[in-house]
Design a protein around this ligand. Sequence first.
Ligand SMILES: NC(=O)c1ccc[n+]([C@@H]2O[C@H](COP(=O)([O-])OP(=O)(O)OC[C@H]3O[C@@H](n4cnc5c(N)ncnc54)[C@H](OP(=O)(O)O)[C@@H]3O)[C@@H](O)[C@H]2O)c1
Length: 283
Amino acid sequence: MPGKILVLGAGGAVGRPLVRALVARGERVRAATRDGRAVEGAEGVAFDHADPATFAPAFEGVDRLHLMLPGGYVAVTQMLLPVVDFAAARGVKTVMQSVFGVDADDTIPYRQVELALERSGAPFVILRPNWFADNFLNYWGHGVLAGEIAVPAGEGASSFIDVRDVAESAAAALTTDRFDGRAFNLTGPAALTYAEAAAILAGALGRPVAYRDIPEAPFVEGLIAAGLPADYAPFLASIFAPVRAGWTAAVAPDVETLTGRAPRSLETWARDAAPAFRTLAAA
Ligand SMILES: NC(=O)c1ccc[n+]([C@@H]2O[C@H](COP(=O)([O-])OP(=O)(O)OC[C@H]3O[C@@H](n4cnc5c(N)ncnc54)[C@H](OP(=O)(O)O)[C@@H]3O)[C@@H](O)[C@H]2O)c1
């Protein structure tokens, strides 16, 4: 019988739909959160990147790992490399949630983790998702409700991806060895500017939403005022430079290669997210 799948960040944006997809496939899942609670019908297990003592108990009975870094952290190599080594030493296959475009430069921390995984000797799949459509709710939701998405994206377009498509791609990579040893670029079906995205959200939510291009400095100040960590806010601002340069506009066929179907559109994402926006508005 195959072993269990350890899903890190199981209560998060990608982790929750991933656990759901794996349980639906009949897989035995260990859902990792810092407090070890059960998630989406899967057994819960405590795991903290910052506490290596949690690694061995979390890996009990595990032969496959979904590796990811929670949002809000900038210490990419420090937090991920120990887990890559730990999994490889046990021969555990790792499906790594990386970031779109990091293969452009081997000095980028996420790329360094990819390279370590490629050299680890253990089976692996690398997934590089583009900007999540879900950021319009999870990061910019209050702005959307107030009628404005204010980010330093210029006129750059991005092929926003629904986290359900990231999760279903990861589920495919974890449950077959057909994709082992390869990297995949996960994108939505179309490149959209933030002005185009705002118009789609306005149509789906039935409320006015506009885009305003703002400089990085006030953007960072606003993020810190909203409670983002002081080191993460400038990092988040910095990753809009590739957006302005047009590097996040590429559309790849890889979601369909992995899952057998086309990725969801931003229209579909926004329509399905409407109840969550109503919940946010009522909070
Ligand atoms: N947002 C985007 O547009 C985008 C695009 C491409 C790639 N990515 C990458 O995707 C990653 C984020 O994925 P996500 O949005 O699914 O994650 P997430 O929702 O930000 O976080 C997942 C979970 O991680 C847990 N967590 C927090 N600190 C932890 C720690 N020290 N140790 C263990 N678990 C911890 C939290 O749950 P508990 O509190 O329950 O433990 C959290 O719910 C980032 O690394 C980012 O670079 C994001």
